[in-house]
Design a protein. Sequence first.
Length: 362
Amino acid sequence: MRRAREDPGRLHGAPPPRWARFAPAVALVALCLAQWLTPGNVELGYFLAALPAVAAFSYGAAGTAVFAALVLALLAFPDLGVGHARGSDLATVAVVGLLSVVIALVRRRRDAQLVSVRTVAEAAQLAVLPPVPDRVGPVRCSGLYRAAQQGTLVGGDLFDVRAGPYGVRAVVGDVQGHGLAAVGTVAALLGAFREAVLDDRELVDVASRLDRRLVADAAADADAVEHPELFATAVLLEFPTGLDLVRIVSCGHPPVLLLRDFVASEISAEPGPPLGLGLAGPIRPAVTELRLVPGDRLLAHTDGVTEARDSAGDFYPLAARVPALSGDPAGLVRAVWKDLAAFSGGGPRDDVALLLLSVGSE
């Protein structure tokens, strides 16, 4: 299962809903019927003058012009029994119709520009954080990402899975801040991780490379920011080729969950300091090794999941919920997100990343 994305309509500009397109026509018919069924001394036809403006929000210039012309015809011919407009009244309705056509034309052009800009933005964001494939070498992958900032695909969380000469490696991280302001840091960390997968023999060296990347970026920003603070939490996982085990390095990140026989437990990995605090020095995180058996699944996540609260202020109990959700036919990560959104009343206000990894043929 690939990483779930945002609703495309939110990024590309979805067309108006059907009710919005039918509303002007339904209102026109309803007003005409109402006028024909009411006494002659009650004037309802002049409400038709507002229909071209309403049509401009869901139709193009041509469609709006048709509504404007139809309204003018209904009001200009008394024999139709809808209106009795004369002189300046007809001129006013005509001006409203003309302005509505102009509004429709401008709106369509702005919509086209917005779609173009959003398409480019989506391509750029997916270049930074592409969906994980279903399988990387012997490792099966399933990921889900939700950015806290509406209308974006990438925020302050990150994950990636890559194969290299030392096995399959994965990273899940959470940089300082969230939203578009953190995308640059996410891109830098992912770039460093992809290089480290190919070059660094030890998993702890991968963490050191990521740490150096943040330290260097913080130093580069020192001239522009009075007190630059750039750090991230991350967990690194390594599946060595030909070995039934996983190596884990935690840099101040929430623990990975092991799902075995429908029982979820946190993997006890000694946490090191967050990235950006100088791991290349004397303080280096410890490496934890865990033997895997067939059917084991590893769920890595960011604190946007476990720090989500319900209406009573209670945190989301991920480890307790996972066993009951593991049998969902839609997949575990999607089931967790659905359950998390219901628990928090629509979804947490922080970025959320979930990455499920397993080794085997199933």
